[in-house]
Design a protein. Structure first.
Length: 209
């Protein structure tokens, strides 16, 4: 990657993880848990949410993670439902941002603003491209049903209670599984395929790009 692309991706990564984790925190707050607020996580300051390894993975591989927001399910009125909603808020926020990126891109094309300056056009196109695809990558990756990713708290609760408890007992080993999967590059085809479906759906919603 050239230096401009790298800088653009870095800015997008910081923005994507900040909104992702803030969305978790605000959803938990709205549902009655003030833990994230008390820890200063209801913020767009990326350094409150930064996980170095996860951010580097997002920067260079297109998918990754941030420092998880702490949630206390005992503060929820309906712990199972509210934990699912809180976990879903992060990936959903990334898909919304990707959609907004496509809307902005569509507007720029329709108004022909990008044709006035080639350098500006190149920078804007690079930013929008990475803004869309890195947000989709972050959202899809975190929907994987592997503890401790968001997907494990969204999909696994629908398993029989005993099986769910057995899986979550080994949640602390989830990062090892993910690191091995990343090292073996077994996640890229899955995330790439699902990510392309998400992109096509979002592009359809904006009338094609």
């Amino acid at each position: 990657m050239d230096i401009i692309t790298l800088l653009v991706r870095a800015v997008v990564v910081l923005l994507a993880i900040s909104v992702h984790e803030m969305a978790h925190g605000y959803m938990a707050y709205w549902l009655g848990d003030k833990t994230a607020k008390s820890m200063g996580r209801l913020s767009l300051n990326p350094f409150r949410h930064l996980d170095i390894v996860g951010s580097l993975c997002l920067l260079f591989f297109g998918f990754g993670w941030a420092k998880p927001v702490v949630v206390n399910p005992y503060c929820f009125k309906k712990p199972r439902r509210d934990m699912i909603l809180t976990s879903l808020a992060g990936p959903l926020s990334n898909f919304i941002m990707a959609f907004l990126g496509l809307v902005i891109f569509k507007v720029l094309l329709m108004t022909k603003v990008l044709y006035f300056n080639l350098l500006l056009t190149d920078i804007v196109m690079t930013f929008v491209e990475h803004f869309v695809f890195l947000n989709i990558g972050l959202g899809v990756f975190n929907l994987l049903p592997v503890p401790p990713l968001d997907g494990s708290k969204i999909f696994l609760p629908f398993l029989p209670q005993r099986l769910y408890a057995d899986i979550m007992r080994y949640e602390h080993l989830g990062w090892i599984v993910l690191m091995v999967a990343l090292a073996l590059d077994v996640l890229s085809p899955v995330i790439g395929t699902v990510g392309s479906w998400v992109f096509e759906a979002l592009a359809f919603l904006v009338g094609g790009v």
